[in-house]
Design a protein around this ligand. Structure first.
Ligand code: C2O
Ligand code: CU
Length: 484
């Protein structure tokens, strides 16, 4: 109850805080937002653009109570922002210096199954894994995080996550803010719980998983960002293990929603709220006036489920934007962003059903050696997903972007009409998703689909599919594919 009470106290009625705490905001006690470094790298002649990620343990100063044992990529917490361009070949050398196996999954990235970084691409302690792929998808805000079998929640909670930005020529032609860390900022939102010495602690698993009482943005508690331009693009990523957020500003100002998981919307959507469940992303552009201060918050939300154990009633401050007195002016958001063709239901050859219940999908718990679905390359499919529980869940598919055809038989709302790879599945409401499978076939190496509430994923709410050539059969999955 203590955590909920703390979170529910909004800025207006909070008392002076003794340090950065969510929901408390006495002037001057916010911490400057950490902006993860951008890894600049240039491809050598004929060589892929190469990034190096070292998975490591360390200590981070997050809360005043004391330093926290955390895990990070190339640092003690989170990871650098990787930036890749459509059309180029990319290679990432991931070296695991932890005492246990992990993996790195490129969430939202269209990669060959062997480069996907799911539980089958486990990286043993001391080993290096070096996937290579060609970026073949539009500009988007993606992310990377561990995906070890049964351990994803623990690894993400300890700090392993990073942003992965895809650029392309079409997005580059638009008059959008794009100076990283200045008017185009990553906003990686997570909730954690610390003990009185600053140690990161696991809370009880409630309906959706572990709910933390401290909100971090890019690893910073009680964060503040000083804006120097009159429009700021915020790349929002819900990298929490269980918590969903209904983001908006304290004065309910509207902003432009310009992109969702898989890339730009056809046109900006003017709105005052955007809900993100774990794993989902959105890009928004907010306008600021010189000298003002405005709090970016999460509001109570309607998850279509009973509030107990969902965090849906919680409200808290996320990131304060402090506008400098004189702001550089930037062009208004363009009226049109991209061409977005809706995939027609008639294009689909196959319809599959996925029933989400308790710790399983279609009555099966995740089994690394079982292929649940065999998909044929270059075909379009409809996936009908139904959450048959009373608990919130969501649904993420690897290796592909999808569009939402219907939610409860209706057209999706405008904020869900673009490209997605993760979608909220309210209790009792069926969704129909449409997706086209392209790329390379691999009858041996599966992709995953699962609930992105990571406790649910870990306890079995996940399945596997392979993509095969027409007429090809799925082969038996080899048991150990570890990188030694
Ligand atoms: Cu973001 Cu299978 O995960
Ligand atoms: Cu779930």
């Amino acid at each position: 109850a203590g955590a909920t009470a703390l979170l529910s106290g909004c800025a207006e009625d909070s008392t002076a805080a003794d340090g950065p705490q969510p929901g408390r905001d006495s002037a001057g006690d916010r911490n400057r937002l950490h902006v993860p470094p951008l890894v600049e790298s240039s491809p050598g002649a004929g060589q892929p653009r190469t990034f190096d990620l070292i998975v490591q343990a360390g200590r981070s100063a997050i809360v005043p109570a004391g330093e926290t044992d955390t895990w990070g990529y190339n640092g003690t917490q989170l990871g650098p922002t990787l930036r890749v361009r459509r059309g180029e070949q990319v290679r990432v050398n991931v070296r695991n210096t932890l005492g246990e196996a992990t993996s790195v999954h490129w969430h939202g990235m269209h990669v060959p199954a062997t480069a996907d970084g799911g539980p089958h691409q486990s990286i043993d302690p001391g080993a290096t894994w070096s996937p290579v792929w060609t970026v073949d998808q539009p500009a988007a805000t993606l992310w990377y995080h561990p995906h070890p079998h049964g351990q994803t929640e623990a690894h993400v909670y300890r700090g392993l996550s990073g942003m992965l930005i895809v650029d392309d020529d079409d997005e580059a032609r638009l008059a959008l803010p794009r100076t990283y860390g200045v008017d185009d900022i990553p906003v990686i939102v997570q909730d954690k719980t610390f003990d009185e010495t600053g140690r990161l602690i696991d809370t009880t698993h409630v309906g959706t998983g572990m709910l933390g009482d401290t909100i971090l943005v890019n690893g910073t508690a009680g964060a503040q960002f000083t804006a120097t331009s009159d429009r700021v693009r915020m790349r929002l990523l819900n990298a929490s293990t269980a918590r969903s957020y209904a983001f908006g500003f304290a004065d309910d100002r509207e902003f432009d929603l310009i992109a969702t998981d898989g890339g730009l919307l056809a046109a900006p959507l003017r709105t005052a709220r955007i809900t993100l469940t774990p794993g989902e992303r959105a890009e928004i552009i907010v306008s600021l006036t010189g000298g003002e201060q405005v709090m970016f918050r999460s509001y109570p939300q309607d998850l279509g489920a009973s509030g107990a154990g969902t965090g849906a009633d919680d409200m808290f401050d996320v990131l304060r934007l402090d506008a400098a007195a004189g702001l550089r002016s930037s062009p208004p958001t363009p009226d049109r962003l991209t061409r977005l063709d809706r995939l027609p239901a008639s294009a689909a050859r196959t319809t599959r059903r996925f029933e989400i219940n308790l710790d399983r999908i279609n009555d099966e718990k995740m089994d690394m050696s079982r292929v649940d679905q065999v998909v044929t390359m270059n075909t379009t499919e409809i996936w009908e997903v139904a959450n048959t529980t009373r608990t919130p869940h969501n649904f993420h598919v690897h290796g592909v972007r999808f569009q939402i055809l219907t939610i409860d038989g209706q057209d999706p709302p405008a904020e869900l009409a673009g490209w997605k790879d993760t979608v909220y599945t309210p209790p009792g409401i069926p969704l129909r998703l449409i997706m086209r499978f392209t790329g390379s076939t691999d009858p041996v190496t599966p992709y995953m689909y699962h609930c992105h509430m990571l406790w649910h994923e870990d306890i079995g709410m996940m399945g596997q599919f392979v993509i095969v050539a027409p007429g090809e059969q799925a082969a038996t999955i080899p048991t150990a594919e570890h990188q030694h």
